[in-house]
Design a protein around this ligand. Structure first.
Ligand SMILES: [Zn+2]
Ligand SMILES: [Zn+2]
Length: 149
């Protein structure tokens, strides 16, 4: 098992794909529920108010927003800004306009760059080959069974 430092408390823990130690994961979950409940009762509150009342840091609240977990919160809009163009966004990292542009850009790169297309094809083929391999295994097993009869 990999050993990592928790991103939140810095404690060493066995890495299981999460950046936080199990304790902090649970703490964050509790914080999330606190924040969500407070916002539910006070939909127009500011992040700073939520932070003060719940004791959850504004940073954590922003992180919930970035994880798209507090999407419907009206009072928190304006707190997050698009990482690309800087306009206020309700949740996530980019505004809808930039998301559309990023998608277009990705498509364009895939269409014009031979290297990227080759890589995409390679990945596709790798996936296909893996599946074919599995199917072949089954097929061979069936053959063996038939041969022994
Ligand atoms: Zn921790
Ligand atoms: Zn944007």
């Amino acid at each position: 098992m990999d050993i990592k430092n928790c991103k939140r408390c810095g404690k060493v823990f066995g890495y299981t794909g999460n950046l936080l130690c199990p304790e902090c994961v649970q703490k964050e979950e509790e914080e999330f529920i606190l924040v969500k409940d407070y916002i539910y009762d006070h939909p127009k509150c500011s992040a700073y108010e939520v932070s003060e009342v719940t004791g959850v840091s504004v940073r954590s609240i922003i992180s919930f927003l970035k994880q798209d977990r507090l999407e419907s919160v009206e009072g928190l809009s304006g707190l997050l800004i698009c990482e690309k163009c800087g306009v206020p966004v309700k949740s996530g990292r980019y505004c809808p306009k930039c998301i559309a542009e990023l998608k277009k850009e990705t498509k364009r790169l895939l269409n014009t760059s031979g290297e990227n297309v080759a890589r995409a094809e390679e990945m596709g083929n790798a996936g296909k080959n893996a599946r074919i391999y599995v199917n072949e295994g089954k097929y061979n097993n069936n053959n063996n069974n038939n041969n022994t009869k």
